[in-house]
Structures are given as structure tokens and as C-alpha cells.
Design a binder for this molecule. Structure first.
Ligand code: 5RP
Length: 230
């Protein structure tokens, strides 16, 4: 699986040209991209990156990839990031690695978002992967009640759990928030659910990425598939 992730990352690197401003994703697939990008930078490629997490920032710095921020430049050419699920509309579930807030900000500031993944991430319908929802710790129970109402309106339901780290403590995002993972099963209308969740005050962001993915690069046993958003 790791070899497939690297193949998808290598194919995405073919889209990168000198002078580009890049969003750098988070997770095990995006990590391959940053690694391969670092090799090209050390060989003379001129790019600048905006990392989507502190982990990616540390990796990019170690690889020698020059970094900037969205305060210093206004637009990015391409963001390359992984995903937890990708559907045929190239809508995504993201946030398995907990970086969904910065990932969405960076993808939204990009002319193109290239999603890199192994074939197992391709699904007919989103929702098998638990939907991450980033929340403010204050008023958590009230926020979860409103989330439950939103799920009911969108015709889905499922147990919610506050994400824990391996050490048993509550997982805290780079932004200082918590994540509620929701096991919904198939989501019939992801854009509608995205809108309902975004309207809840205690929800900082959710892992439904609607209309952001431009291209998916999927690596599988049969080779690489490149899919453009319809
Ligand atoms: O959204 C993410 C992090 O917030 C990741 O892109 C997503 O979880 C996929 O990760 P991986 O490439 O390790 O499977």
C-alpha cells in the first residue's frame, strides 16, 4: 500500500513546474509527495510551499522545501493532498490525520487541488469512513446536539466519539480544537450535510470537501488512474 501511495505522489509531482506555489498536504500519502518534492528541490527546482500542519512543516523544512504562508502570498497554484474517501464527483472525506481545517483553507486558496491516494480510497458514496468534525471544546454537548439535528435533517445518523490520541488523551488539533468522529454510513447528499454542519456555531470545520478536488490520482495494482472532476 505504501508503494502505491508513493506512485500516486510521484505522478502528482509531474504536474509541478518551476516557480509554482504549492499547498502541501498532511498524512502518509502527502508525506511521500513532500519527500519526492524535496529531492527535486535539492536538484534545483524552484517552488515554495504552504504546509497544512505542523507535522508537514517539520518534514518540509527537513527536506529543504522553502516555505511561506497565506499571509505572504495570496494564491497557490496547486495543493497536493491525500484523502480518506473520494467519490466520482471528487468530493472528499478528509481529516483522518486531524489536519482538515488547515487543509481546507489551503485547498480553497489553490487554483487546483490534486488528491493522491491508493485505490482503496475510491468509493461510490462517501460515509464509510467516520466523518471528522472539528469542534471548539466549549459547549461540546450543545454542539453535538446540533450536529445530531443536522444529521437527522440530512437523513443520516450514527455514533459520535471525541477523538483520542494513542496515549488516551483527547486529540488536540494544530488549531487547539477537538475532533468528533461520526460513523454515518453512506451520506446521500454530502453538499447538503456540509452546509448544515457549517452553520453550527461550535463547529470549526468538517471533513467534507465539496467542489475542491480538481484531479484525483489513484494508484492501484493495475496502474495509475487520473480522474478529473466532472
Ligand atoms: O485528511 C488527511 C489528514 O487530515 C489525510 O489526507 C487523510 O487522512 C489521508 O491520510 P493517508 O494518506 O495517511 O491515508
Amino acid at each position: 500500500m505504501d508503494a502505491l501511495k508513493r506512485q500516486a505522489a510521484a505522478r502528482a509531482l509531474e504536474e509541478v513546474e518551476s516557480g509554482m506555489r504549492l499547498g502541501l498536504g498532511t498524512g502518509s500519502t502527502a508525506k511521500h509527495f513532500v519527500d519526492l518534492l524535496g529531492e527535486r528541490v535539492r536538484a534545483g527546482l524552484k517552488v515554495v510551499g504552504v504546509p497544512t500542519s505542523e507535522a508537514t512543516r517539520a518534514q518540509a523544512e527537513a527536506c529543504g522545501v522553502p516555505l511561506t504562508t497565506l499571509d505572504e502570498i495570496d494564491r497557490l497554484d496547486i495543493t497536493v493532498d491525500g484523502a480518506d474517501e473520494i467519490n466520482p464527483a471528487l468530493d472528499l472525506i478528509k481529516g483522518g490525520g486531524g489536519a482538515l481545517l488547515r487543509e481546507k483553507i489551503v485547498a480553497s486558496a489553490s487554483a487546483r487541488m490534486i488528491v493522491i491516494a491508493d485505490e482503496t480510497k475510491w468509493v461510490a458514496r462517501l460515509g464509510r469512513f467516520p466523518l471528522p468534525v472539528e469542534v471548539v471544546p466549549f459547549g461540546l454537548a450543545a454542539t453535538q446536539r446540533e450536529m445530531g439535528d443536522a444529521f437527522a435533517k440530512a437523513g443520516v445518523s450514527g455514533p459520535m466519539s471525541v477523538r483520542k490520541s494513542a496515549d488516551g488523551h483527547v486529540f488536540v488539533t494544530d488549531g487547539g480544537h477537538w475532533i468528533v468522529d461520526v460513523r454515518l454510513g453512506e451520506i446521500e447528499d454530502p453538499p447538503r450535510l456540509a452546509g448544515l454542519l457549517s452553520a453550527i456555531p461550535g463547529v470549526v470545520e468538517h471533513g467534507l470537501f465539496i467542489g475542491l478536488g480538481s484531479t484525483a490520482i489513484l494508484a492501484g495494482a493495475q496502474g495509475i488512474r487520473v480522474i478529473q472532476r466532472p
